[in-house]
Design a protein around this ligand. Structure first.
Ligand code: IPD
Ligand code: CA
Ligand code: CA
Ligand code: CA
Length: 263
């Protein structure tokens, strides 16, 4: 039987589903999208913006006083200063624009500055990941638990490769990849930080690390991993992931060895 979802999560998943309908329509029509560049190799399309508008409208209807931290539009201050949505309307824009069906809508809710609830939705696979603090993490109603694999040698890990405009620590990055690839079952780079975290929660990956991220890439996924029984820190081993945009998320057994390899 599907696990009952809180009113808050119902609001979040319904908003994600609504925004996803637009994304799915646009995904088949990528050549008709207006695409602009925010920086080198940093693209945004009107699909990202339309999806973000839909999310803001739907969430404002349900929780009029909450504020917003948004990837594409200006942030919105809310009357209720303790609740803030952190939204990435399309995580994996590069995949989306290249016709690769691996991207997601990510909706995080910060309560008093801490990740409290998260929804990550891949409209192509129709996988809805959700979690709320203290309530567990779920994928389409099935409870999630991080993997039980105990050794690096059995572990599959994910990361984000640097790219044009984000290549500054390229050499250090390759050293880290080298360290993990030679001791593990492999390293993947699929191109959506939100899904990378969701996949750790779902025991598909044993761990994930990346730096140079923004709060909207990871706010929702952090809740997913924690509620699935995993550990999340930044790359200094602290909990300042949202502030400094680095993250190491892994199972309880894999976090420390992974941290030691890449710190
Ligand atoms: C990107 C993805 C990607 C990560 C980049 C992000 P976007 O987000 O999460 O996996 O490596 O750093 O910017 O721009 O597609 O929303
Ligand atoms: Ca982007
Ligand atoms: Ca993103
Ligand atoms: Ca995005």
């Amino acid at each position: 039987m599907a696990h009952p979802r809180s009113a808050l999560l119902n609001v979040m998943t319904a908003a994600a589903q609504k925004a996803a309908r637009r994304l799915t329509r646009d995904f088949g029509e990528v050549e008709n999208l207006q695409v602009s560049k925010k920086g080198p190799a940093d693209f945004v399309s009107n699909a990202d913006k339309k999806a973000e508008d839909t999310l803001v409208k739907e969430l404002q209807k349900a929780r009029p006083d909450y504020g917003f931290i948004l990837e594409e539009a200006n942030n919105i201050e809310g009357k209720d200063s303790s609740n803030t949505w952190v939204i990435d309307p399309l995580d994996g824009t590069t995949n989306f624009l290249h016709g690769i069906p691996h991207f997601a809508i990510s909706i995080g809710l910060l309560r008093d500055g801490e990740p409290f609830a998260g929804v990550v939705y891949n409209p192509i696979t129709d996988e809805m990941f959700w979690a709320e603090k203290g309530q567990g993490a779920f994928l389409n109603g099935r409870r999630l638990r991080v993997s039980a694999r105990a050794h690096l040698s059995e572990g599959l890990f994910a990361t984000g490769l640097p790219f044009l405009g984000k290549e500054k620590d390229g050499e250090r990055f390759m050293q880290r990849v080298n360290a993990v690839t030679t001791l593990s079952a492999g390293v993947r780079r699929f191109g959506s930080a939100a899904l990378d975290l969701a996949y750790v929660a779902a025991a598909r990956y044993d761990g994930y690390w990346e730096s140079g991220l923004q709060a909207w890439d990871i706010a929702a996924g952090i809740v997913l991993v924690r509620e699935a029984g995993g550990f999340v820190t930044d790359m200094d081993g602290k909990r300042k992931m949202l502030e400094n945009g680095s993250v190491i998320a892994a199972t309880d057994k894999m976090h420390e060895p992974l941290f030691n390899l890449i710190k």
